[in-house]
Design a protein around this ligand. Structure first.
Ligand code: F6R
Length: 366
């Protein structure tokens, strides 16, 4: 039942504060991650992990791409991420003590399931799934499952599954970081506190709905959109581009902002909206130079930032200035206004938001 909402996608976007609260429930104890709540034997396996291989498709793959930054920065273990349909059809080398993690909303994605089955024969130390459906094949066939608890997701375009996958990933990183001695107690407390603050912060992002709806009018007549970000915001840009293309049918591409000069700058003109995710952090000055590269060529800029980033509206330059949030959870936070942007663009275009053409919710055939 959609209740007060026009579409399931809209409902699911607005459910994210509660979904994340449910994901955290019981998984935090005394300001630290409750490792036993991940799985009864998780601590033993996670303390041995030396490498993580993530395999997934679509939006779940984008969540894996964000998590890669966290595994190397927080947990202190090397991490690779691969699209399941590629992983399953190439020869790969299994690293010692490597943990395979499949990410999936449905738990039934054919390529991801095939990748899991292959990995189980290929010397992985253990296979974990981060999944939203308890009765699914991935949960049944994995050594252990860390459930996202997003609740049923009906909209074909994945929203709350993505943000709860990222929530699970931060908990997992805190666990591995502690078990491997790569994270201080203070650092772990900080991650946990940031996660506990996140639901209320996402509520505060949802308040920008009307402002984002206004912004979306600029996109409805466009044929292409470019999304830019650096660091964890590069995969957030990828996810935003995927959302826009699947529900509005506007061609959208994401680039790591530092790649502009290596090709995509040639696309920039007044017909190319460029969305930039630019919160205040160590990379902001670099992102600002990229913004200047676009501005100098007459590109239309739409910058999603926080109050500390110091952006204001100008000609061909519109901003959504969000509240400042903790850096560790900020990629999850920024996902939400960008989901709303795609949603409102699709509404203007009059597409079937919950059931985009040619797509299925669970891709059970390859
Ligand atoms: C995008 C989308 C798809 C899925 C992909 C993987 O909004 O919904 O890209 O993310 O088909 O599905 P799961 O996560 O069920 O394995």
């Amino acid at each position: 039942d959609k209740g007060q909402y026009r579409h399931y996608m809209q409902k699911e976007i607005f459910e994210q504060p509660v979904a994340i609260m449910n994901t955290l429930d019981g998984r935090i104890k005394d300001g630290r991650v409750n490792i036993d709540a991940i799985a009864p034997n998780a601590a033993e396996i996670l303390s041995k992990v030396e490498h993580v291989q993530i395999v997934a498709c679509g939006t779940s793959y984008n969540a894996g791409m964000v998590a890669r930054y966290w595994f190397e920065a927080i947990a202190g273990v090397s991490c690779d991420v691969e699209i399941a349909s590629e992983f399953r059809y190439r020869k790969f080398v299994t690293r010692p003590n490597s943990l395979l993690i499949t990410l999936s909303q449905s738990g039934e994605t054919a390529d991801t399931l095939a990748a899991l089955r292959l990995a189980k024969e290929s010397g992985y130390m253990s296979a974990m799934t981060i999944c939203n459906v308890a009765s699914s094949s991935l949960v049944r066939e994995s050594d252990f499952a860390f459930m996202t608890r997003a609740g049923v997701e009906i909209g074909v375009a994945s929203t709350k599954a993505f943000t709860t996958q990222l929530t699970c990933m931060l908990l997992l990183n805190a666990a591995i970081g502690r078990l491997k001695g790569n994270l201080t107690d203070e650092q772990e407390h900080h991650i946990i506190q940031s996660l506990q603050r996140l639901p209320a912060q996402i509520e505060s992002a949802l308040v920008f709905d009307k402002q984002i709806e206004k912004l979306s009018e600029d996109f409805a007549e466009k044929h292409h959109t470019l999304f830019l970000g650096r660091g964890e915001y590069y995969p957030i840009a990828m996810e935003s581009a995927l959302k826009l293309k699947e529900i509005s049918y506007i061609h959208a591409e994401a680039y790591a902002a530092g790649e502009l000069k290596h090709g995509p700058l040639a696309l920039i003109d007044s017909e190319m909206p460029v969305v930039v995710v630019a919160p205040e952090n160590d990379l902001l000055e670099k992102v600002k130079s990229n913004i200047e590269e676009v501005r100098a060529r007459g590109g239309q800029l739409y910058v999603f930032a926080d109050s500390d980033a110091g952006f204001t509206d100008a000609d061909n330059f519109k901003t959504i200035v969000l509240p400042k949030v903790d850096e560790v959870t900020a990629p999850i936070f920024y996902t939400v206004p960008l989901q709303l942007l795609s949603y409102h663009i699709a509404l203007i275009k009059g597409t079937d938001v919950d059931q985009p053409r040619n797509l299925a919710k669970a891709v059970t055939v390859e």
